[in-house]
Design a protein around this ligand. Structure first.
Ligand code: NI
Length: 167
């Protein structure tokens, strides 16, 4: 496995809309494994392929305490959503910031797993939030798009400054 570089806001590549995966082959499995390693290392609880500059509909998640229950979703689709929950969200592409974001509390979703099997499941609370957050990434959308533009501009300015100092 290999650790991948995580793109940081306001990198324009984070705005790319990911393409559906036609077939879960060894390349996709390798991407998924590398993404999982990158996510655990960061550390984070979710990562979308978009964030590592792979523009395919693939996300990895693990909201377990022990970090031993990874979930891989290929071409995820939300088929039903209800309720509302607000929580403080962070994002590996927006390091150092967390913001209150409102999401659906419960979702039903369909996706393909790494064996190529279609699956259908229900998620609540943190997992539901995380799936919605990562699916936003696949649409080129970031959590800062869900906060005020004033705050977004401030975060943008500060992160750019940090990135320029590092370069
Ligand atoms: Ni994120």
């Amino acid at each position: 496995m290999a650790k991948l570089n995580i793109l940081e806001f306001p990198d324009p590549r984070l705005r790319t809309v990911a393409k559906p995966i036609e077939k879960v082959d060894s390349t996709i499995v390798k991407y998924a494994e590398d993404m999982l390693e990158t996510m655990y290392d960061a550390p984070g609880i979710g990562l979308a392929a978009t964030q590592v500059n792979i523009h395919l509909r693939l996300i990895v998640l693990d909201v377990s305490d022990q970090k031993n229950d990874p979930i891989f979703l290929v071409n995820p689709v939300i088929t039903r959503a209800e309720g509302e929950i607000e929580s403080s969200e962070g994002c590996l592409s927006i390091p150092g910031y967390s913001e209150p974001i409102s999401r659906y509390e419960t979702i039903e979703y369909e996706a393909i797993d790494l064996n190529g099997n279609q699956k259908k499941d229900v998620a609540n609370g943190l997992l539901a939030i995380c799936i919605q957050h990562e699916m936003d990434h696949l649409q080129g959308k970031l959590m800062v798009d869900r906060i005020s533009s004033t705050k977004r501009q401030l975060i943008r300015k500060r992160l750019l400054k940090k990135q320029n100092q590092r370069a």
